[in-house]
Design a protein around this ligand. Structure first.
Ligand code: HPA
Length: 272
């Protein structure tokens, strides 16, 4: 099925009203999808959407209203490390655009390299480093592949998110996210290298989605919930179990910030 067909299918189930904003929920952050008043469509009903590959993800697309804004919430994402395809989210994000969205907020779980950003804290991505060297646009034949990545993390969306965080009293420091392919975690030497290169947090997702979103003309911003200090920076053992156990700590803060962001967005009639 093409993205156009999928968007039509989704509209028959969720209604014709255009979606304003997409939200991708990372590991352990799926709770927010349940707060949306609307229709949940299992990815398995949407050919080409990712399978439920990673525990801690809830594979539904939820279309509905959250804090007065029509949203499409992705209760899980495909990661590069699942099948080796960096473009695995291209179809879902194309569908999002075809449903009318002009912006995307991506969330993820990440390890922190900064002593002032601790497990349970949030970090807004000011920029990213593609430490994997992979690109979801390799093979795209059109000149549209030459996507500018200056201000890829949209300054206006970031300002709105920072403003929402200030209103809720939740700290939202900004930092640079480095994409590591996974699925193994990084070595301490890799973390030291990422620090030298200017990374503040590290994770296994989001960067391909940011590239794809810009390619599709969606404005994009992303927030990490820090689940651990990166390898070699604390005595704590790093594991996926630990990530899932720690994610709810930041998830509660993330939910507050996103709800405030949406409430503010509901009363503005600018493009997003
Ligand atoms: N590294 C990569 N991905 C992660 C980490 C990490 O330390 N924590 C949560 N996701």
């Amino acid at each position: 099925m093409t993205a156009t067909d999928l968007a039509a299918l989704i509209r028959t189930r969720a209604g014709q009203e255009p979606v304003r904003l997409g939200l991708i929920l990372g590991s352990g952050l799926g709770h927010l999808a349940q707060a949306v008043e609307g229709v949940a469509i299992p990815y398995s009903d949407l050919p080409g959407f990712p399978h439920a590959g990673v525990s801690g993800h809830n594979p539904n697309l939820v279309i509905g209203t959250l804090e007065g804004v029509r949203v499409a919430v992705f209760g899980g994402r495909a990661h590069y490390y699942e099948k080796g395809d960096p473009a695995a989210m291209r179809l879902p994000l194309t569908v999002l655009r075809d449903l009318g969205a002009t912006a995307l907020i991506a969330t993820n779980a990440a390890g922190s390299l900064r002593p002032d950003i601790r497990p349970g804290d949030l970090m807004l991505l000011s920029d990213h480093i593609n430490f994997s060297g992979l690109n979801p646009l390799i093979g795209e034949p059109t000149d549209a592949r030459f996507v500018p990545m200056t201000d890829a993390h949209d300054p206006d969306l970031r300002a709105r998110l920072r403003d929402a965080a200030t209103k809720t009293g939740i700290p939202l420091p900004e930092g640079v996210y480095a994409w590591y392919s996974g699925p193994s975690f990084e070595t301490p030497a890799e973390i030291r290298a990422i620090r030298i290169l200017g990374g503040d947090a590290v994770g296994m997702s989001t960067v391909p989605e940011v590239i794809l979103a810009r390619f599709l003309g969606l404005r994009v911003a992303a927030i990490s919930t820090v689940t651990n200090m990166a390898a070699g920076l604390s005595d704590e053992k790093i594991s996926h179990e630990h990530t899932k156990a720690m994610a709810p700590l930041g998830a509660a803060k993330l939910e507050q910030v996103l709800r405030q962001f949406l409430r503010d967005l509901a009363v503005t009639d600018t493009a997003v």
